[in-house]
Design a protein around this ligand. Sequence first.
Ligand code: THG
Length: 374
Amino acid sequence: MNPELLISTRTRLTPFSSRVEACGVKAYTVYNHMLLPAIFRSLEEDYWHLCEAVQVWDVSCQRQVEITGPDSQKLVQLMTPRDMSQAKYGQCFYAPLCDESGGMINDPIIIKHSDEYWWISIADTDVILWAKGLATGFELDVKVTEPDIWPLAIQGPKAEDLLVRIFSDEIKKIRFFYSKKMHYAGKELLIARSGWSKQGGFEIYVNAPELGAKLWDELFSKGEKMGVRAGCPNLIERIESGLLSFGGDMDYNTSPFECGLDQYVSLEADIKSLSIPALRKRPVKTRLMGIVIDQQVKMKDLRLYSGDREIGLITTNTWSPKYRRHLAFAKCDVNYISKKQNYYVISTNGKVPATITELPFNFESLGLYSYNSK
Ligand code: THG
């Protein structure tokens, strides 16, 4: 028998909880002290549906740490080594948050509403405590809160068509990683073109519980012919797409360079960011790499080997039905990353050869082409 998860007021309900359960959620995970659906039908069935149709995801656990007040921009810049000085209103930024030694605190999406109003849409760590601590220590004139906002992600190739039916052609004007305020049932909702999949889609920041249920039901009635279903972040899709998960693929001891977030660190910019002095000096010891294995494996240990040496830790892995390969991310010792080595993993049937590649996976350059579900 599988152990059960007890649901209580600590694992806060969301405006969509009743709908999620009615849609037959089979497994939850805990994220930011809330429940995040993990499986509806099966991992693979959910995966194909996400790649081919449209899904509605209750991602309320992507909590918003709200920063308001005259020193807002200062605090946000202190927290991230990504240059925020040119940020436009409504723009979204995938950005590492790092501590004074350059270790990762979180990898949120930062949204700028205005100079004195920001949201940090967080992954699974208590960013509010860190933000309040910094604001107090640096005597910043800001207010840091975690308002009740419940993001609903609409993901998949038919996501735009579905939202156009509810919000009009205005939806098409929202560019990738920008947001727009839209009217819905007499209220204003923020909608961004973003989400934790590479199948295209949007995130709607629902700000009133009664709007949540109404919106969910409308998405399902207007999307019926498109085959809309409830879904959730999908392990297979996120690995194929090279999307990282805080706590699994990186943690407080990882620098953004070690998990491949180099492009989101502005070492040369003239900004005041807590982690930049340390990041300029900090040695890079490991690097998160992509691993490709020609057959489906059940790993005996989560290690990558070369010769008789253990050179990496596998942080996540899955069989990819689309590329018919086993894929993994591995935190590898930088001294042993070279294509010339013979790598292997240990499966329940013994040693299995593996190849190492940069993330995100470039399937074309790996000579891999996608199969469809049929
Ligand atoms: N949406 C919102 N909040 C979130 C997530 C989200 N908070 C938690 C978690 N997800 C944060 N992590 C990520 C990781 C990757 C991306 C978004 C959030 C992402 N990355 C793209 C990529 O890597 O290709 C694009 C990055 C870019 O070009 O800026 O989308 O999903 N609201």
